[in-house]
Design a protein around this ligand. Structure first.
Ligand SMILES: [Zn+2]
Length: 376
């Protein structure tokens, strides 16, 4: 395990590859391309791209997948007020046991800002059993849910005849998931290669015993369906000089976004603005940390270091203190939802513990072997 020399990204992130100087792809892009880029020029490229979609006779010019959180609130307002487009917002909602009150307030806030919004909600029985299966079999309760979240947008785009899908972040440039890289920094045609979408493959759900008729909403439309419907995906983040966790959070809270008020110890959410519509994502961040040695605090710090908000040394201290931290309450809520005991939960988590990176002590305590910022 090695850390990027500029930020605190470890090379254990799936899909990443550091350059010969030991710099991660996200830093390489940020320092060598982003800060030198001409954003007026990029905006002209965007306007050029949008010409074919603007006022082309259909009621909606584009579609945006939203949760009502920091990124989607900012995107929706920018797309409407700066780009002059008429967007349809699509929100795939969590079931009542999972969605937070804050999440429902935030989506109401977004609708109240004046948008046409389609909210879909999936059959709770399938959702719950897929969450349980995802956790017990893959140690990732969100495996199927994330596929459904990403799939709902092109599925509805095809049904409404909307040809342009806008997402915010380009995962290849902003996170370093190189599998998703497209022809340009704004081309989202390879989003389907993202680890989360798995090329649209839902066969694994059939193999796990789900009925084909139940999992239709989890299926990302095929390349052929995209081509037939003439769908293009653009990442707006590429056109945006100040796209970041903190800037999006600050902007959107000035438009009524409600942030998370829980402590860092309970969530590892340093700016309180991640996945506001549900709280179990914190479990997955902890599990990710035990699998790969990094989680949400790491993502916050990497961006903070790149943007000059914190030093690498300050980042190391924050990660040492808060990475992998979680409130017992969230674990208990989750175990109740999928009907397992707390000891079953921890037995499963410990099964995926990366033994190269962590030691499981006889008293059950998990200790990291690596040194944050240095690696192994
Ligand atoms: Zn880096």
């Amino acid at each position: 395990m090695k850390y990027c020399k500029k930020c605190l990204q470890p090379d254990t992130r799936p899909g990443t590859q550091f350059n010969l100087d030991g710099i991660c792809p996200a830093c390489d892009y940020y320092f060598n391309v982003h800060i030198k880029a001409d954003f007026d020029e990029r905006f002209k490229i965007l306007e050029e791209q949008l010409k074919i979609y603007k006022n082309n006779g259909s009621h909606f010019d584009c579609i945006i997948g939203v949760s009502g959180g920091k990124d989607s609130t900012r995107q929706a307002i920018w797309v409407r007020d700066k780009l002059g487009l008429n967007p349809l917002l699509v929100c795939l909602s969590y079931p009542p046991e999972q969605i937070t009150r804050r999440g429902t307030e935030n989506i109401s806030n977004l609708i109240n800002l004046g948008f046409d919004t389609v909210i879909t909600s999936l059959k709770p029985v399938t959702w719950k059993s897929s969450v349980k299966n995802g956790f017990l079999k893959y140690l990732n309760w969100a495996k199927s849910c994330e596929q459904a979240l990403f799939s709902s947008v092109p599925q509805i785009a095809i049904k409404y005849g909307i040809k342009l899908i806008l997402w915010g972040e380009n995962p290849a440039l902003q996170l370093g998931d190189l599998n998703t890289a497209g022809k340009t920094g704004y081309d989202g045609s390879n989003l389907r290669q993202m680890n989360t979408i798995k090329g649209g493959n839902v066969e694994w759900m059939i193999d796990d015993g789900f009925k084909k008729s139940d999992i239709f909403p989890y299926r990302y439309p095929s390349m052929e369906e995209f081509n037939k419907a003439g769908i293009q995906i653009l990442y707006l983040g590429w056109f945006w000089k100040d796209w970041s966790i903190i800037n999006n959070g600050t902007f959107s809270s000035s438009y009524g976004l409600e942030l998370r008020e829980d402590s860092f110890e309970n969530t590892g959410d340093l700016w309180g603005c991640f996945s506001l519509d549900e709280d179990w994502v914190t479990l997955n961040q902890m599990i990710k940390y035990y699998k790969f040695g990094f989680g949400r605090v790491n993502d916050y710090c990497n961006e903070g270091i790149r943007h000059g908000l914190i030093t690498r040394e300050e980042g190391i201290k924050l990660i040492e203190k808060y990475e992998g931290q979680i409130s017992q309450k969230y674990i208990i809520d989750f175990c109740e939802y999928i009907d397992i005991t707390l000891s079953e939960f921890w037995d499963n988590v410990k099964k995926v513990l990366n033994k190269d990176l962590f030691v499981l002590k006889p008293n059950g305590e998990i200790k990291r072997k690596f040194k944050v910022g240095l690696g192994l």
